[in-house]
Design a protein around this ligand. Structure first.
Ligand SMILES: [Zn+2]
Length: 217
């Protein structure tokens, strides 16, 4: 099962102190989807790895709420202009938290790779929220951002390029764009750096192109 605990955070933007739920322990007994979405048995931990300030909407992981957090005037302005107005009175859902955190990361000038990871997790939260339209929106956003990371020489570690190339294919497949998906699956073989340890990625790309499956294993 997933265990949560209450933590107190101080917002680096507006100095609001608020309580949030954080993950103490979880499991992966729920299996793994072919887009690497790992499932827990019982409650899903994903929404609780990101925290959102209840006053201004600033969002990030626990380490984004420390005194060392880099807060520029531009970031502050973006948060007040674009996130604060979107806060509703109720609790903020997982996909909203990740969407906000992705925006904060962009405004902080984070690497596309990091922004892409947050957008991918927003899509995963939408699966649990049953919001298919938003899920597809975030999958597309994540795919574009991973593509951006892959398009630069040092945006992605050399050894990680094959798996992320596969993932971009799988994201396009899951939004129903098979032509684009297959292009990316076919590119995986060019990105292999270790034939032995990465054979599974080649196999997965071939499988998802020819006989797609929803789950690994
Ligand atoms: Zn705040």
């Amino acid at each position: 099962m997933t265990t949560l605990r209450q933590i107190e955070l101080a917002c680096p933007i507006c100095y609001n102190r608020f309580n949030s739920q954080a993950v103490i322990s979880t499991n992966s007994f729920g299996g793994k989807r072919t887009d690497f979405h790992e499932r827990a048995a019982g409650a899903q931990p994903l929404p609780f790895f990101i925290h959102t300030c209840s006053r201004c909407g600033y969002s990030g992981s626990e380490r984004d709420f420390t005194e060392e957090t880099d807060v520029s005037p531009i970031l502050k302005e973006h948060v007040w202009d674009e996130l604060a107005p979107k806060l509703s009175s109720g609790p903020v859902g997982g996909s909203d938290k990740y969407e906000f955190a992705a925006k904060v990361a962009l405004w902080q000038g984070s690497e596309p790779r990091r922004v892409a990871d947050l957008l991918l997790r927003a899509a995963w939260c939408c699966v649990d929220e049953g919001d298919i339209e938003a899920e597809r929106y975030f999958r597309r956003q994540a795919a574009w951002m991973f593509e951006k990371a892959l398009s630069t020489y040092d945006g992605v570690d050399r050894d990680e390029r094959a798996v992320l190339t596969y993932l971009v294919g799988e994201l396009w497949r899951r939004v129903g764009d098979n032509a684009q998906a297959n292009e990316w699956f076919d590119r995986v073989s060019n990105e292999i750096t270790n034939a032995e340890t990465q054979q599974w990625i080649l196999d997965a790309a071939r499988q998802q192109r020819d006989y797609p499956r929803e789950w690994f294993g």
